[in-house]
Design a protein around this ligand. Structure first.
Ligand code: NAP
Length: 446
């Protein structure tokens, strides 16, 4: 029992993962409370820093998206919510310990492992996954020291989704445009010294099949220091194919995307030193190089009867850096079953248990930050439906070893405020601390 609480909550919930899915789950639980139903929520996070992809995924030049962190901090300030940072499920506490003591466990552990292309040369130095590159420029402590070779003139980003777009923009922007952002110090330094002037983004299917969303595409003609190239014929052919397949009235998302592409194709090239170029109908076949990346070989595809097929022809892009941004898988957790790269679940239930999952760990790596809000709300409805008599014994402090260094809400606030204060004189929203030991030093002082 949590004897320190003034009013005993009826149900104890452990939420694992302090990212958007975790906070939205806590919020949905809090808003479902009534006189008869109250929740005591313990949020557990492996890192000493919070907010998951809002901190280590969202691109630094998209600061508006990060304002959702205010909502997370409001959730954290509600009665009955406790934060346990620097606590790793499977290392510091077992899944079994959580499920046997808490009434409900919700796994919001995301998907942090980059999918592999499965082609020769993928592991050459100079070939990285977005799952490494993105947390590198975003100051994730585990990726602060990875090597990102920006000494060559050309980089290739594989994948036609918003993560690929973020990676390409980060490489193709004038780094001065990132000076006022929270890009990590090591990445900003590397980007300032970068020789990269040309960034290719490649998709294996047609323009009409790309997973980019229209707001991201509409940004491209507005870039001040980067020209964006797409062959106008590719855009008009994609439009013709879409109309042939779906009729004159296209579905809203496709119509907005094709309109955005038309504007990109028609936008005049200004002659900037920096360029992004889109290549579609290109399947990566091999990454080649003597001891490091020197070129990527692409197979050329065509669309026949609505199907993408290989023509048998190929071409090469000489480059020194390849980033593959082709999706993610969840990291395994001992005691939890996984299938198809995510936690095995039916609508968020780990059937036959008191465990649930929300977010990318549940549905795979899809949707924007806000998608997790409706996802959390749907799963919380099921949680409430399934509730049995409360055990109310869940208390992580009894499961951790007595000397475990926990970053609690006060400690996390100290880290957060220190970073903001360090950013202020530099005109940045924050300067991220990337050293785990230093983060603990700040987060444990309080
Ligand atoms: P995504 O949207 O699913 O895109 C993945 C891309 O990788 C697709 O173009 C896919 O092509 C391609 N791909 C997959 N396997 C491949 C292979 N073996 N070879 C070549 N290409 C391959 O995934 P994401 O970009 O990682 O984004 C994840 C989610 O986060 C998305 O919902 C995205 O919208 C969201 N996100 C949003 C923002 C934002 O709102 N600004 C920013 C970042 C991410 P096929 O279609 O042919 O499979």
């Amino acid at each position: 029992m949590r004897d320190s609480d003034e009013q005993l909550p009826k149900y104890t919930v452990a939420i694992v993962g302090a990212g958007p899915a975790g906070y939205f789950t806590a919020q949905a639980l809090q808003s479902s409370q009534s006189d008869e139903l109250t929740f005591a929520i313990d949020m557990i996070e492996r890192l000493p820093t919070m907010w998951g992809l809002v901190r280590s995924g969202v691109a630094p030049d998209h600061p508006k998206i990060k304002t959702v962190a205010k909502v997370f901090e409001k959730v954290a300030a509600e009665p009955g919510f406790r934060l346990f940072g620097n606590v790793e499920l499977g290392r510091d506490v077992s899944t079994e310990d959580l499920t046997s003591t808490y009434d409900v466990v919700v796994l919001c552990t995301g998907s942090a492992i980059g999918k592999k292309l499965g082609i020769p040369g993928e592991d050459l130095p100079g070939s990285l996954s977005a799952a490494e590159f993105v947390p590198w420029y975003n100051g994730h402590p585990d990726y602060a020291s990875i090597s990102v070779d920006v000494s060559g003139e050309t980089a290739v980003v594989i994948g036609a989704g918003n993560v690929a777009m973020d990676c390409a923009r980060m490489l193709a922007l004038n780094p001065a445009e990132l000076d006022s952002t929270d890009t990590s110090g090591h990445a900003l330094e590397a980007l300032h010294s970068s020789a990269i002037r040309k960034v290719f983004i490649t998709g294996r299917r047609g323009v009409e099949h790309a997973a980019f969303t229209a707001p991201e595409l509409r940004e491209l003609p507005k870039l001040e220091h980067t020209d964006v190239r797409i062959n106008p014929n590719e855009v008009s052919e994609a439009h013709e194919r879409a109309v042939a397949e779906h009729g004159e009235v296209l579905e809203k998302h496709l119509a907005s995307n094709l309109e955005a592409w038309r504007q990109i194709a028609e936008h005049p090239i200004s002659g900037h030193a920096r360029e992004m170029e889109f290549r579609f109908l290109s399947t990566p076949l091999e990454i080649k190089g003597e001891g490091k990346v020197e070129e990527v070989i692409f197979g050329i595809n065509e669309i026949k009867d609505g199907k993408v097929v290989a023509t048998g022809a190929s071409y090469s892009i000489p480059c020194s850096l390849v980033i593959s941004a082709i999706g993610y898988e969840s990291a395994h957790i001992s005691g939890v079953s996984f299938e198809r790269g995510r936690i095995a679940n039916i609508e968020g239930r780990l059937v036959g248990t008191n465990t649930y999952t929300v977010g990318w760990a549940k549905r795979g790596p899809s949707g924007v930050i806000g998608t997790n809000k409706s996802d959390a709300s749907d799963v919380v409805k099921l949680i409430i439906e399934d509730l049995k008599s409360p055990k109310s014994a869940g208390d992580i402090t009894k499961l951790l070893s007595p000397n475990h260094a926990v970053v609690n809400q006060v400690g996390w606030s100290a880290i957060n405020l220190a970073e903001i204060a360090n950013g202020e004189p530099l005109g940045k929203p924050r300067v991220k601390e990337v050293d785990w030991a230093k983060l603990l030093e700040i987060g444990l002082k309080s």
